[in-house]
Design a protein around this ligand. Structure first.
Ligand code: IPM
Ligand code: MN
Length: 345
């Protein structure tokens, strides 16, 4: 019989609460004959306070043996900024070579988007996940003095750019509209821009059915708000993708609905699925967090593992649940229950 061996990293703040609901819905969605095994990893702020560790080698090794990872949220105001981001979240993305950071945006019914009612929002951002300014390639001179100099180098390799661009073309080619937009800033970032644009144009020759488009990142932010329907698949670098996907979340129903997958399509390492939102310490532990982004991340996880029909079932359940929301407050647990019932039914 089939099985899924899942690693679970609830993490910090609302991470614990939303992951519990994600697992609830995952259990409800799985076919009877699929055995789900989960192993929870105690990583995040509390672990760091207790032991000073963010992601020890032994746990990194252990995580490799799973089919996938479900992560809640990382980060707490009691931990210096960057410690957990770099030492845990980015370390996982880099160690497991998650070069595709997949962030779909779809306008669900009855949501608080400033663009609500616009039926056209259905695009996916393919954000590069292992390079750009995220590699920690930089330094500081005369730190803390009036003469301080800081550099933060964006790393772009032909290998890294080509593999994410190819993946994005594949995705665009498999969607009805077959359109791919490259977002960069080639008018200023000329070296990286050249590599991205050249690679994009070269790979495009292999995908004659895909319509291509290029936008500078600043212009892309305008169109995401004024004409989101022009986008189908967007491919972009790590930092531009980080920024664009928060904006995309805001225009397509809010950060409470934004799902993501840190994917290694080669299968050499487990892919990791997480809501785009953070740990929201201000509302943690109160049952106020909306678990929907985590539930939608579970759908991406199932799709990645080959359970397309189950992923669709979860997405349909979320659509139906949102359509019936009337503003009556519900707890994290109640939303999870409602989604699990719909998915199972
Ligand atoms: C995200 C987050 C992370 C990122 C941070 C927490 C390191 O903002 O997943 O979008 O910048 O990638
Ligand atoms: Mn972000």
């Amino acid at each position: 019989s089939r099985s899924i061996n899942l690693a679970v990293i609830p993490g910090d703040g609302i991470g614990q609460e939303v992951v519990a609901q994600g697992l609830k819905v995952l259990n409800a969605a799985l076919p009877q004959d699929v055995k789900l095994e989960t192993k929870e990893y105690d990583l995040g702020a509390q672990r760091w306070h207790r032991t000073g560790e963010t992601l020890p080698d032994a746990e990194l090794e252990a995580l490799k043996n799973h089919d996938a990872i479900l992560l809640g949220a990382i980060g707490d105001p009691s931990v210096p900024s960057g410690v957990l981001e770099r030492g845990l979240l980015l370390k996982l993305r880099f160690a497991f070579d998650h070069f595709i950071n997949l962030r779909p945006s779809k306008l669900f019914p009855n949501t608080e988007s400033p663009l609500a009612g616009n039926p056209d929002i259905d695009f996916v951002v393919v954000r590069e996940g292992t390079e750009g300014p995220y590699t920690g390639n930089g330094g500081s001179l005369r730190t803390g003095t009036p003469a301080e100099v800081a550099t933060e180098v964006s790393l772009n390799t032909a290998y890294g750019v080509e593999r994410v661009v190819r993946d994005a073309f594949e995705r665009a080619d498999s969607r009805p509209r077959k359109k791919l937009t490259l977002v960069h800033k080639t008018n200023v970032l000329v070296y990286a821009g050249h590599l991205w644009k050249n690679t994009f144009d070269k790979v495009a020759e292999e995908y004659p059915d895909v319509t291509t488009d290029y936008l500078h990142v600043d212009a892309a932010t305008i169109f995401l708000v004024t004409d989101p329907g022009r986008f189908d698949v967007i491919v972009t670098d790590n930092l531009f993708g980080d920024i664009l996907t928060d904006l995309a979340a805001a225009v397509s129903g809010g950060i409470g609905l934004a799902a993501s997958g840190n994917v290694n399509p080669t299968g050499d390492f487990p892919s990791m699925f997480e809501p785009v939102h953070g740990s929201a310490p201000d509302i943690a532990g109160q049952g106020k967090a909306d678990p929907t982004a985590t539930v939608l991340s579970v759908a991406l996880l199932l799709r990645h593992l080959g359970y397309e029909d189950r992923a669709v079932r979860i997405e349909d359940a979320v659509s139906a649940d949102l359509a019936e929301r009337d503003g009556t407050p519900r707890t994290t647990d109640e939303i999870g229950d409602a989604l699990a019932v719909r998915v199972a039914g």
